[in-house]
Ligand binder design. Structure first.
Ligand code: PLP
Length: 393
């Protein structure tokens, strides 16, 4: 099929909820991807932070194909090796105690919310179910995770939303303390580095205060690592750079290396909160996706993470030196670029596509989420194209 055929079918038969790039992709390898007409692109998107090992990593590919030939799905009525192994790896690298597997970030956050509410209900009874999240956060697209998302644009059309979510301004410790004066709150849910909100990191002081307040008031401290987790920011989890110990961590995007998987990890406080039949998911813990995720975790070693940090710093430095750039934010290989007034990130993305490089946007910023395996030469190449595009503005 030509791109035009594919686009035509999409227009006619797929719900038109996405503003797609004008590009139909065919196949990829490493950080390179080709459209159906055979034009090559260098990728700084990794499927929105998902293909952490790039396209078609050899080991990942052989693990999932081998597993698909053995058991493609069993249901959760049976024990299987890939999910048990994966849980052990996640526990040992996170410092939390147990994992629950699901299929997406929204579903992971739903599970985190259920766990936090049950923890509070078991211990304190009713009337203590409010979950505080931050203004400008993003937690997913289901009715409850939209309610958890602290951005008004997401609170349209779909009423009634799930009750019991309230938003406090990020980095404002006093506002949080005031809100906690009444004891109806059971949990605080934050992203350490807000992704969809524009790649904005929280202050260390604020994060420490959130953690202390959670300990002091026995609130469940939930960190959404759906975008930041599994090496993206240069440590396995972004909270590790701040010395935090959350009670629940939600994961998805980069965990599977490209196959749909989500997870939430349970710390000491809540490891036994969910009992038999309290939660479930038909596809959760799927052996094929877990076999792929096991390879991802095996490859993200301390040395690999050092490289992510080094490449992230080099990329940030180079971005800072570009014309028309006002500021650069982010951690590791999760980076946002704010341009001077009059430069639209979406225009820059379109121009870069013409020149064979793929970037993302987040709000008004340019966003970079390259595969974690990107090379120094590929970083140079991307910067060169971006520079040319910016100079021609
Ligand atoms: C992408 C994202 C989600 C939602 O994940 P889905 O897999 O699309 O449901 C939740 N939280 C954060 C921080 C995200 O970046």
């Amino acid at each position: 099929m030509t791109s035009n055929n594919i686009k035509q079918l999409d227009k006619e038969y797929i719900a038109q909820t996405y503003g797609r790039f004008d590009l139909a992709l065919s196949h990829g390898k490493g950080c390179d991807v080709w459209d159906v007409e055979g034009k090559q692109y260098l990728d700084f998107t990794s499927g929105i932070g998902v293909n952490s090992l790039g396209w078609a990593d050899d080991d990942w590919l052989s693990a999932i194909t081998a597993q698909a030939g053995k058991l493609q799905h069993t249901s959760n009525l049976f024990f299987t090796e890939p999910s048990s192994q994966l849980a052990k790896k996640l526990v040992s690298t996170s410092g939390l105690k147990r994992a629950f597997f699901c299929n997406s970030g929204a579903e992971a956050n739903e599970g985190a919310v259920k766990t936090a509410r049950k923890y509070s209900h078991d211990k304190y009874g009713t009337g203590r179910s409010t979950i505080l999240t931050l203004v400008n956060s993003f937690h997913g697209r289901t009715i409850s995770t939209l309610a958890a998302t602290g951005q008004d644009v997401f609170h349209q059309h779909f009423f009634p939303f799930t009750d019991g979510f309230e938003y406090v301004p990020a980095n404002d410790i006093d506002a949080l303390k005031i809100r906690l004066n009444t004891d109806d709150v059971c949990a605080i849910l934050v992203e350490v580095l807000q992704g969809e909100g524009g790649v904005c990191a929280l202050d260390n002081d604020y994060l420490q205060a959130v953690q202390s307040l959670c300990q002091e008031k026995d609130l469940v401290f939930i960190i959404d690592e759906v975008q930041t987790g599994i090496g993206r920011t240069g440590t396995m989890f972004s909270y590790q750079q701040f010395g935090l110990q959350p009670d629940i961590v939600s994961l998805a995007k980069g965990l599977g290396g490209g196959l749909p998987i989500g997870a939430f990890l349970l710390g000491n406080k809540v490891e036994h909160t969910l009992g038999k039949s309290d939660h479930g998911s038909t596809f959760g813990g799927n052996p094929v996706t877990c076999a792929g995720a096991n390879v991802v975790l095996d490859k993200i070693t301390p040395d690999f993470l050092k490289e992510v940090q080094r490449k992230g710093q080099s990329l940030q430095q180079r971005l800072n030196a570009l014309p028309k750039v006002k500021s650069v934010s982010g951690l590791g290989l999760m980076i946002g670029v704010e341009f001077e007034e009059g430069i639209l990130a979406s225009d820059i993305v379109t121009k870069c596509i013409e020149q064979g490089v793929l970037f993302l946007t987040a709000k008004s910023k340019l966003r970079l989420l390259p595969p974690l395996i990107i090379s120094d030469e590929q970083i140079e190449q991307g910067i060169k194209v971006l520079k040319e595009v910016l100079e021609s503005r």
